[in-house]
Write a protein that binds this ligand. Structure first.
Ligand code: SF4
Length: 457
């Protein structure tokens, strides 16, 4: 938690010597508190003061960088417990597991599956970002072969290496570094081996998964790690076997301790492992708990054991949870030409809320009927919300249509308004003389039938 000006002032020498270029220590403290100066600009500040300020400036949850090829992918750095307080910043990374017990040909096929798994929703590409590679065989050569093949197929994923044997992790770490794998994650670090994994992580700019039996042991180990100056730590309380209720409880305590109580020893990202009971609904519930309640990484099963519907549901949930609630995702407000438009093409109007746009545009495109889609700036709100907030009404629609010049492109001036706003038909007609205002279906799914029967194209 950032220090106030007075708290910073108490850490300064209070001599008002002006060597920092500011007339008094108090004025300097205020500048530091407002991030307009650095404590380093005071040549007389003690090491203790610098250290205290550095600790106070750390984010409540440590930010860790993973690499997806050359691209950085951050986890952690969250500042709130509930997304409506501000927003959640760094979406849960989804990882799929591959075991070195598999033949090389199977590894290749499964890795291909991960590589090709993408989903586009409201203009964003959703995909699993990481591979969690397991040394289940205990054999060093098999583990190295798994890593090599997985990287050959998926060079743009983040990599996590899991082995019970430090020597196997070391061999893989060295090979991965030479191959170009950056910022890998090593697990499990335990009270017995964490020093070895920290050395590995330091050499390769990686991070460690710290497995502890419970929160008390987690606190002890993170205290020791912080004391040693190593902070790229991801917490796995209870390891892979933690049950849903246990994960929920631990995750909530960790996040609350970090952001509300400013307990630095708990300020680390969390990794959860999807419960594998064989029941897809239980798995979906378990995964949803992790996504909603603070997991920075969620490790799913083998790609062939992870139903597409499950991964899709979790990625969509993640997209929703990690969207800033105060900034709806918007598309550009303009006239979109869908299909081979002509002067006889009708005009449909909607708002610039992304989800609305993609639903409407998607349905129109499936009909194959050309359409002008007029997307009005309604501050990213959906149709009914925008109307209730007075951001989408007959006058606003008319102003947009007139400014867009679409009236010069069409002979038959037919404008379809959303079915939920049949009540603004009259005011839109008044505001847009010369246009025939038609009321469309209430749901985007009604568009194909509406276009076929009502618009009669
Ligand atoms: Fe105070 Fe340091 Fe500035 Fe001197 S240099 S006035 S001690 S803050």
């Amino acid at each position: 938690m950032a220090l106030t000006g007075m708290q910073i002032y108490k850490l300064l020498p209070k001599t008002n010597c002006k060597d920092c270029g500011v007339p008094t220590c108090l004025a300097f403290a205020m500048k530091v508190a407002n991030k307009k100066a650095s404590i380093l600009e005071c040549p007389h500040a003690s090491d203790e003061a610098k250290e205290k300020l550095a600790v106070a400036s750390e984010p409540p949850v440590r930010e860790i960088t993973l690499k997806l090829g050359r691209e950085d992918r951050k986890i952690g750095n969250e500042t709130v417990k509930y997304r409506h307080e501000k927003t959640f910043y760094n979406p849960t990374v989804m990882a799929l597991q591959l075991s070195d017990n598999l033949p090389e040909s199977d590894v290749r096929l499964k890795a291909e599956k991960v590589k090709n798994w993408t989903l586009e929703r409201i203009g964003m590409i959703l995909e699993p970002e990481a591979l969690y590679l397991r040394n289940d065989s205990g054999d060093k050569d098999k583990f190295m072969s798994l890593v090599k093949t997985a990287y050959e197929v998926c060079p743009d994923k983040a990599f996590m290496f899991h082995s019970d044997r430090v020597e196997n992790l070391e061999a893989v770490s060295k090979m991965a570094d030479e191959m170009g794998i950056r910022n890998p994650v090593y697990g499990f670090a335990t009270k017995d081996n964490y020093r070895d994994l920290v050395e590995m992580a330091k050499k390769t700019k990686g991070s460690i998964i710290l497995k502890a039996d419970d929160l008390d042991q987690t606190y002890e180990l993170t205290t020791e790690l912080r004391f040693q100056g190593f902070k790229d730590v991801i917490l796995a309380v209870g390891g892979e076997k933690a049950e849903t209720s246990e994960k929920l409880r631990n995750n909530v305590i960790i996040r609350r301790s970090a952001v509300r109580k400013n307990i630095k020893e708990m300020g680390f990202p969390i990794i959860n492992y999807l419960a594998n009971t064989g029941d897809v609904y239980e798995a979906a519930f378990d995964g949803a708990v992790s996504v909603c309640k603070y997991a920075s990484i969620l490790v799913l099963d083998d790609p062939d054991e992870t139903p597409t519907a499950l991964l899709t549901a979790l990625l969509l949930l993640r997209q929703n949870i990690y969207t800033d609630p105060q900034k709806p995702i918007q598309v550009e407000a303009k006239i979109y030409e869908l299909g081979e438009v002509t002067s006889k093409t009708p005009v449909m109007v909607t708002t610039n809320f992304s989800l609305t746009y993609f639903l409407v545009a998607g349905e129109i495109e499936t009909t194959g009927y050309p359409t002008y889609l007029a997307v009005v700036d309604a501050e990213g709100m959906g149709v009914l919300t925008a109307w209730a907030a007075d951001k989408f009404n007959g006058e606003i629609i008319a102003e947009f249509i007139n400014k867009s010049g679409i009236g010069d492109k069409v002979e038959e001036k037919r404008l379809v308004i959303p079915g939920y706003l049949a009540n603004i038909k009259g005011e839109t007609e008044d505001a847009l003389p010369g246009w025939e205002i038609m009321v469309g279906p209430t749901e985007a799914t009604g568009l194909p039938v509406y276009m076929k029967t009502i618009l009669n194209q």
